[in-house]
Design a protein around this ligand. Structure first.
Ligand code: GLY
Length: 131
């Protein structure tokens, strides 16, 4: 049973990362609880609450080639109706000059089962500590 739940969580987390990469606000906002809290480099050390802060980045047009996000070293902990998904995120991208690159960040995302579906309620992203 927990393997099935882990697979569900992997799928929903990947769906969220794909929505971010594609600039797909509809999917992103459906997967998130409206009271989402976040700590991420863009917030300069502050905790941000709600969806408005995140919506800004989805309005940017982005390059022609969308980035691709994948998870490495994933660890999932299920605590009843809450789950912690921690991993290293690799983002492959093409810069403004057409050169491909990869960057990495460390992420922890918290999901809560609400009315039978996983909703994203909190995340913390840090710049990569890997050298
Ligand atoms: N900045 C949006 C997210 O990582 O969920």
């Amino acid at each position: 049973m927990s393997k099935e739940v882990e697979a569900e969580l992997l799928a929903v987390n990947q769906q969220l990362l794909d929505a971010i990469a594609q600039g797909d606000w509809g999917t992103y906002s459906e997967l998130c609880d409206p009271t989402l809290t976040a700590i991420e480099p863009e917030a300069l050390g502050h905790l941000v609450q709600g969806m408005e802060f995140h919506s800004f980045y989805f309005k940017l047009s982005g390059g022609q080639v969308k980035p691709q996000n994948s998870m490495r070293d994933v660890h999932i902990r299920i605590l009843g109706d809450v789950a912690v998904v921690a991993y290293y995120r690799l983002t492959q991208y093409v810069d403004g000059d057409g050169h491909p690159g990869t960057r990495g960040t460390e992420e922890t995302r918290i999901w809560q089962r609400q009315n039978g579906r996983w909703q994203h309620v909190h995340f913390h992203r840090s710049p990569s500590q890997k050298t």
